[in-house]
Design a protein around this ligand. Structure first.
Ligand code: C5P
Length: 286
């Protein structure tokens, strides 16, 4: 039996803007994404009898095709006309679940990349991203990784100048947020503030970490219920007080993160927030 081990990095949104509600029910987005070193570990056991399935040891994560990693393996098999039957996907989760950091999408993308390699690269990178699109809107970005602009549903990608290397403190409060509910909520309000995406792209092109950090913004912060928002705002305040160059929420949240150019400040922020929030991580950009 062949086995492979892989890593699936989390993503953070340096910006997240919503341009409009589309006829197909999705939203037209404009987001600057970044991968970070916080990652899930995945083991693939080919030929392990029992069909294509996942295991994670977590009660709340499904093991069938409603797990994005299994959906990705099924989509890959269909796209390539594969006849293989058995694959066990063992997930060692570290990225918080339902947290706005693309944990499930990143697992799916890692499975797609690994299967493509294992099968001798039958799919080109754009074909692999299109296969990922069937699994979830963030999967194509996770296939590409790094610093990228994601538009459309999230599948139209442009690789960007990398965000200058920095420390990232990632902190998820105890509650979870429903992505479809938050998207529905955003249709009911008038956005008060939008991210300066052009300014963000210029800062990235100039390698200006402080300029990029200053321009981070996510429109979903505007529609979090008051009680939820006060927790996210308090995490952001702590990050800034500890020396973050900027702090914002990632995806549909509730995870917030801060960027640091000094390791010591990042460690201090990690230590302070860890005392209150179990899911606090010290990471760096990848
Ligand atoms: O594509 P994915 O399954 O990750 O999307 C989950 C949900 O997020 C969708 O059902 C939709 O409610 C919302 N969504 C959206 N517009 C996008 C991406 C996601 O409205 N561009």
């Amino acid at each position: 039996m062949t086995s492979l081990t892989l890593q699936a990095p989390a993503k953070i949104n340096l910006t997240l803007d919503i341009l409009r509600h589309r006829e197909d029910g999705y939203h037209e987005l404009c987001m600057v994404m970044q991968s970070v070193s916080l990652c899930d570990r995945i083991r693939l056991d080919f030929g392990s009898p029992g069909g294509i399935r996942a295991e994670s040891g977590l009660r709340f994560l499904p093991n069938d095709k409603s797990n994005l990693a299994v959906a990705a393996a099924l989509a890959f098999r269909q796209a390539t006309g594969g006849r293989w039957q058995d694959l066990l996907i063992s997930l060692q989760k570290r990225i918080p679940v339902c947290a706005g950091t693309a944990g499930g999408s990143s697992d799916a993308a890692a499975v797609l990349r690994a299967l493509n390699q294992w099968a001798g690269e039958p799919l080109s990178p754009p074909e692999l991203a299109r296969t990922g699109e069937q699994v979830g809107s963030d999967v194509p970005y996770c296939v590409l990784g790094g610093t990228a602009l994601a538009e459309g549903r999230g599948e139209r990608l442009t690789a960007l100048h990398s965000l200058p290397a920095c420390w990232v403190v990632v902190c998820k409060p105890e509650f979870s947020v429903s992505t479809p509910e938050l998207f529905a909520q955003i249709d009911r309000v008038k956005l008060r503030r939008r991210p300066d995406t052009t300014g963000m792209l210029e800062a990235l092109a100039q390698g200006d970490l402080a300029g990029a950090a200053r321009r981070m913004y996510n429109v979903f912060e505007d529609v979090l219920p008051e009680r939820r928002y006060s927790t996210v705002a308090s995490i952001k305040n702590t990050l800034i007080q500890c020396g973050a160059l900027g702090a914002t929420m990632s995806g549909t949240g509730p995870t917030a993160f801060g960027l640091f150019d000094q390791e010591e400040s990042a460690r201090q922020a990690w230590k302070t927030l860890s005392g209150e929030y179990r899911d606090t991580f010290l990471a760096h950009t990848v």
